[in-house]
Each structure stands twice: as structure tokens, then as C-alpha cells.
Design a protein around this ligand. Sequence first.
Ligand SMILES: Cc1ncc(COP(=O)(O)O)c(C=O)c1O
Ligand SMILES: N[C@@H](CCCC[NH3+])C(=O)O
Length: 447
Amino acid sequence: MAAPAPLLHPDPDPSFTELLAIRPQLRMDPLAGLMLEEVPLARIAAAHGTPVWAYSAGTLRRRLATLQGALAEARLDAQVHFAVKANPNLAVLRTLGDQGAGADVVSEGELRAARAAGIPAAHIVFSGVGKTLAEIRLALSEDIQQINAESAEEVAMISATAAAMGRTARVALRVNPDVDAKTHAKITTGKSENKFGIAIGDAPALYARMAGLPGIRPVGLAVHIGSQITAGVGAYRTAYGHLADLVRSLRAQGLVVERVDCGGGLGIPYRDEPAPNPAALAGAIAATLGNLGVALMVEPGRWIAGPAGVLVASVILQKQGAGRRFLVLDAAMNDLVRPAMYEAWHGILPVAPADFTAPLAPADVVGPICESGDTFARNRGLPSLQPASLVAFLDAGAYGAAMSSTYNNRPLAAEVLVEGDRFALVRERQTQEALLAGQALPPWMAR
Ligand SMILES: Cc1ncc(COP(=O)(O)O)c(C=O)c1O
Ligand SMILES: N[C@@H](CCCC[NH3+])C(=O)O
């Protein structure tokens, strides 16, 4: 069973050279050090300080094109909807939207970001297990492509809201196929014990009921079985097979099924995981749903954005503990929470050219936050790194900045977009003033 690589892995880590070999967006220049496309990361750090996120526009486009190409190659009538939760930066969304990506959103904020980036409402799907009335109203007034409903209770909310607004919501039913995607327990979503979707056995009756409700036009089905799926496409095939059966049985009842949203979840190799590729996913879709005459959607987030981004941090100090070396960075779990939250393994490379050939020794890479979970890596082979040396976290373009917080009252880091040999700030580092803004003392504390 493939599972995401944990923070501390029993096998030797891939070398720096091996990590770079499968990431064409990154290379080590003998003079300029680690480069993202044609921009030395040291230049970005010098211009905008650290910690700083940097995204490659070229990589975003290339990966989106690979996915679009794989779907076309499999002769599928399929649209890619980028899962905005992975990276809601407007420049990222604009880059992908300009190349034809729609958006999969799960909140008012994501819907507004997708619209602000220029993604047409007709290419936006709203997913999520708990949309508020205000969010349903916004989706309806924007007339987005589709709302994916996850329960009978939510269908009733959408129907009542749409009818009151004199609108008709295009609704797909998200089904829970009870399939194990063999990924981290916190990010598996297609098992019956997970909160997502409606049990596949309950779907036919609800779908039939939807067809008779005011304010609702049932347009199809949706499924999403989990994230960072690296155990091949078997679980996808099983889930899509169940959906295909459901499409056939709904149609046999005389119901209309126009679309199937196949969800996201395609994994990437953070360490050396044998991640499935888009062609395999397209093959699984084609083999199951390909001949039903339904329009298809996929909702990848990580696969597109993960490898396109890095987090650059500075070493604050190197500290010798009892039998271990700690490398204390100015980035912390509030910036990149994946290691603390899922024990996730991220490649960590020195940015300076000389560091690359230096002898390596194990280090625990940590942030300055006051809890031991603020650990990015254990026993990681790294050269001696003096204060102010830079390191880069690889594959940080998805669920990186998106999951940042201000824990320890640390401001959100800046974000930069790299385009060939140019780069531009696309989100400023949060100011200390902004961190305090909006807080007020109650009148009785005034002095
Ligand atoms: C409904 C839905 N679609 C798409 C995604 C995107 O997942 P990933 O970034 O793993 O492709 C998610 C997150 O797992 C999700 O919940
Ligand atoms: N945030 C998770 C993925 C969850 C996907 C959300 N549906 C991660 O970083 O791996």
C-alpha cells in the first residue's frame, strides 16, 4: 500500500541531484545557485526577504497543458477545474484561467478570488460539505456553472434559496463511493466514515427527488475520493465504475445526467513516491465513464500547483543539541504546515552554489515556533549552513501559502511569480500593522 512519505523515512533520502533530476523547473547554477526557471532564488530573497514563496508561471502552464493533453488524448470531453484551495493566489489563478482552466471553489473567498482572477462564472463549480446560505446566494447570483450538493439537507437549502431568488441552480450530487484511496487518513474523503458526499445507495432516490424540486436542475454526479493519491489509479477506477453504474441506473429511471465531476487528488512525488500520471487517470476515466456521453470535469489542485512552487527561508542559526544538530529557520509551521500536520516530507535544498558539493551531516530542520511539532525534517542530510544561508522547500506551491496562519503573531509571507527570467511580487508580506488591524480593546479597558 502506498502512503504519503512520512517526515522521518526508513530509507536513505534522495540526493540533491536526484531531487532536481525530476524537477525541470529547478536547477543548480554553479554561480547563481538554485534557480526557479531563469531566476536565482537568492535574488528573490534579496528583493523581498524571507520567508518567501515563489511560483513558476511556466510550470503551472506546462502541468495544466499536460493534464489537458492527457484528457484530449484519451478522447474525453473534459474540462480542468483547478482546485483553488491548493493555491488561491490571484496571479496563479490568472495564469491557469488564461489557459482555459475553470475553478473548483469551496468558499465565498475562493469564489471571489476565481472571479477576480478573470475565471468566468460559467467555469466555476462550488464544492464542499457545508455551504452557508450566503455562499449559496452568491453562487446563484453569480450564476456559476454548478453547485455540488453533498446531502439531502443541502439540496433542500439550495432549492429554497434558489426558488426565493427566482433562479434555477444547476446541481450535481456528490456521491461517497466508500472507496479507500490509500492516502493519509486526514485527507482521504471517499470512505463511508468520511463526512463527504451522500452514500451511493441513497443517491438514486435523492437524485429523483431533486428533479421535482423547485429552483433545482439536477445536472449530474460528482466524486472526490481523497488527496495525494499515489497508489496507482485503482481506487479511481473503482469509484468511477460505481459512478458509471449509477449514471446508467438513473437514466434507466428516465432521469437526465449530463455531467460527471471526477474530482481531484492526483498525487505528486514529494520524496520518491510512485505517483500515477495524468495519462493513467485519463485512462481510468475513459475506461469507466468514457462511453456514457457525459461531459466530464476533473478538479486537480496539488498536481498542477505543488511542483510549481518553493518556499525560500533563511537559517537563523545552527544549534547543537544533545546528540543532534538543529537548523533553525525563519520559516515555521505557520508558513508551511504540511510536515507538522501530516508528517509530510518536503525536499529541502541549500540555495547557494557551494553548499551543493559540501559534505552532508544529519540535521533536524525546525522553525522558531514554540512547539516541538514545528519540525520540517528529521535527520536530513544537509551541509553546514551558517546564519543567513538560504534553503528552499520543494513542491510548496500547493497547500503551502494557502494553509499559512499567523500563529505566534507571525505575518503571512510574501508571494512572488516567476515568468522566465522575470519575477514580480504577487502578494506583499503582511505588515505588523496589518496583523494588529481590526483588533480593539473593549471600552472598559480604555486608558
Ligand atoms: C472536492 C475537492 N476537489 C478537488 C480537490 C483537490 O485535491 P488535490 O489538490 O489533491 O488534487 C479537493 C481536495 O482534496 C477536494 O476536496
Ligand atoms: N491540505 C492537504 C490536502 C487536502 C486537500 C483538500 N481537499 C495537503 O496539504 O496535503
